[in-house]
Write a new protein. Structure first.
Length: 433
């Protein structure tokens, strides 16, 4: 459903009226397209504290040139060397003079270091960067985003920097992403997933369909899995993308074995997208509504992941990306079942990620969408829908493509340094952390 309010605020009368009434003024976001693959403007590289990361070669490969006098599309502040309150003053001094020059839909990325358990001054200063970036994200406006990336090695973070400094991250803001030391080739080529096989569950429509499209765009051979009732839609999507359809109830006890049988040559990308809602307040919720949501959204994810890792169907160098939700992080009235299932996905990711990487060479991450414009949200009552759209720093709903682009970044062969992360795709929702 079209966001008429967003369109109205883009007109002169709309800007005047919303400004006078103190209403949200969302800016149309610049998203990736073949015609517009990069941000419009240059990159400004700043430092605070005694920072010594070798960033220049990495930033040179992002595709953004140095910032000119009036077209700053992105600012990268290296604050990895900030160790005390005095260093935080340098963060303020570095960013304050340049923020007004950042173009609409521009990017601010702050680079921080892991917290040092042996130095509480460093830990305090580095933790302060989280409050700083999240607060800045809520005030910067004009479709611009602010994120914090914690890392120890610039090269390992190249895939993440490319994502955050591109139109593909339009609806990702206020996030803290931790990059771990990991050897991987620099991201390269327009089809980085060529030769890889991706299984996307719940891919016959909505967000799952968008994920399948984006992975296919990046070169993956996509297997479109959905329930038998959606087989016709699944085949339509698969044929359009040059992939294959797999009609299957993901909650079946033998779903993992049937997936393995359908993929005798193995699997590289396992995308857990299938999900359902059965909303009702707990006092009015029968057991069937509870169990059906938990089975689809969490039980099936646990069982199929275990099965495909155990039998080796998911190959080394593979990626698991599961779909959580801000409802699992912040809770939502009428969704105790859904919130529990999505919080369970977060627990799965955080527990399994280090073991899956050590034992199977596979990373495990999650995306946590906020209000995304789909047929499901179009059916939400008007005032609740409008509240969902406006209650984030970008004051608008996201698109399925926003979730898909984030999934594609986590699935990228060069994203091995990103593991155990839960990345919200919510425009920095005012709910949750």
């Amino acid at each position: 459903m079209a966001d008429r309010y967003l369109r109205f605020t883009g007109t002169a009368p709309g800007r005047f009226l919303t400004r006078r009434l103190g209403l949200p003024q969302p800016a149309a976001l610049t998203r990736w397209s073949p015609e517009r693959p990069a941000l419009d403007g240059g990159l400004l590289h700043l430092a605070a504290g005694r920072s010594a990361l070798a960033l220049a070669p990495v930033l040179a490969r992002t595709g953004i040139g140095p910032a000119g006098s009036d077209r700053t599309a992105a600012v990268v502040l290296d604050a990895t060397g900030v160790r005390d309150v005095e260093g935080l003053a340098e963060v303020h001094a570095a960013l304050r003079p340049v923020l007004r020059s950042v173009t609409p839909s521009g990017r601010v990325v702050v680079l921080g270091a892991p917290l040092d358990p042996a130095d509480h001054h460093q830990a305090a200063a580095q933790q302060a960067l989280e409050g700083f970036t999240r607060s800045l994200g809520k005030e910067i406006g004009r479709g611009r985003t602010v994120n914090l990336l914690r890392l120890t090695d610039a090269t390992a973070a190249e895939s993440t920097l490319r994502f955050l400094l591109s139109p593909k991250s339009a609806y990702v803001s206020g996030q803290v992403i931790v990059g771990t030391p990991h050897e991987s080739a620099p991201p390269d080529g327009e089809r980085p997933l060529a030769g890889r096989t991706a299984l996307v569950t719940g891919a016959a429509r909505g967000i799952g369909e968008a994920v399948a499209e984006t992975l296919a765009r990046d070169g993956a051979r996509v297997v479109v899995l959905d329930v038998p009732q959606a087989e016709q839609d699944a085949r339509r999507v698969a044929e359009r993308l040059g992939g294959t359809a797999l009609p299957l109830d993901i909650t079946a006890a033998d779903a993992g074995a049937r997936i393995a049988d359908a993929l005798p040559d193995g699997l590289d990308l396992l995308i857990h997208n299938a999900g359902v809602t059965r909303d009702r307040r707990l006092v009015n919720m029968p057991a069937e509504r509870w169990s059906s949501v938990l089975e689809v959204n969490l039980g099936s994810v646990l069982r199929t992941t275990d099965a495909l890792l155990k039998d080796g169907t998911l190959r080394r160098g593979g990626r698991i990306v599961a779909t959580a939700s801000i409802a699992g992080l912040a809770g939502n009235a009428g969704q105790t079942n859904y919130g529990a299932s999505k919080a369970g996905v977060v627990g799965l990711v955080r527990s399994l990620a280090p073991r899956a990487l050590a034992e199977h060479g596979v990373t495990v991450n999650a995306v946590a969408p906020g209000f995304i414009e789909t047929r499901m949200t179009a059916a939400v009552p008007l005032f609740i829908r409008e509240a969902g759209r406006r209650m984030n720093s970008l004051a608008q709903g996201g698109l399925p493509a926003d979730v898909a682009e984030t999934t594609a970044w986590l699935a990228h062969p060069a994203s091995g340094a990103v593991n155990g992360q839960v990345v919200r795709v919510c425009g920095q929702s005012l709910l949750g952390a």
